[in-house]
Design a protein around this ligand. Structure first.
Ligand code: AMP
Length: 236
């Protein structure tokens, strides 16, 4: 589902469900944006679904300042196998706004861990991770709620888990929502590491950087955009 108001994107969501739950799911998605004047809901049959036993494990850290938060994110990227100068470039791109003119992208930047070059075809759109969901979304939502986390983490954790499965070496993210300053680094080696704050309150810039191996580019994009993945449970 994607919804807009006055030509501006306001909400988007993705679900992977049994056919028997189609109607309730579409109804839920229609209720999701608080305000919109246009909404597009696309329904597609998916034939093959890969199931993944567990999500990445979740860790949360609170730092005193954005500078300290970004320094910590840098350490986690390096621990994930990203060379330091390329990790710094990723942080700089998100801080400046990765789309042309310093704007926000619709998807993610693909950054080579070998050359530090951007590999996405369209630097305004980027690459979007789609077709991923939880087997039992309600249960995981409750589990995360008990740990003090919201729907936002539910979706971001599913996305990050799929990214690792597809071969992304590490991911760096903070939201473009000016009121949401927590971001994360995610990888096979360090898990899903939430870091607060990664940007200043009121800053409208944000995005996602996927650090990847250049030789895996075609398979990786195919996996992110096409492969359907269901995550069985939250790793606790
Ligand atoms: P959000 O976490 O929804 O605030 O999104 C933050 C940024 O991540 C957006 O500005 C996009 O650049 C990027 N993004 C959002 N959704 C996706 C997705 N499904 N796949 C890849 N990148 C995304």
């Amino acid at each position: 589902m994607r919804a807009s108001l006055g030509g501006r994107h306001v909400s988007g969501a993705e679900r992977l469900v049994e056919r028997s739950r189609l109607e309730e799911t579409v109804a839920e998605l229609l209720r999701r944006p608080s305000a919109y004047d246009r909404i597009v809901v696309t329904v597609e049959e998916v034939e093959k679904v890969q199931s993944v036993r567990e999500s990445l494990p979740v860790f949360s850290y609170h730092l005193k300042t954005v500078t300290a938060g970004r320094r910590f994110a840098l350490e986690k990227l390096v621990a994930s196998g990203v060379p330091e100068h390329i990790a710094r470039k990723g942080l700089r791109l998100l801080a400046e706004g990765p789309a042309p003119g310093g704007a926000v992208m619709r998807g993610a930047v693909l950054l080579s861990v070998e050359s530090g070059q951007r590999l996405e075809e369209d630097s305004a759109r980027g690459v979007r991770t789609v077709r991923v969901d939880w087997r039992d979304r309600e249960r995981v939502r409750e589990q995360l709620k008990e740990m003090g986390m919201t729907e936002r983490t539910l979706d971001a954790l599913a996305l990050a888990t799929k990214n690792v499965l597809c071969g992304v070496v590490a991911e760096l993210c903070w939201s473009d929502d000016p009121d949401y300053t927590t971001g994360y680094v995610a990888s096979e080696r360090v898990g899903y590491v939430r870091i607060a704050p990664l940007k200043e309150e009121g800053d409208p810039r944000g995005g996602r950087i996927y650090f990847i191996r250049g030789d895996l580019l075609p398979q990786l994009v195919e996996c992110l955009e096409r492969k359907a993945v269901l995550i069985e449970s939250l790793r606790v």
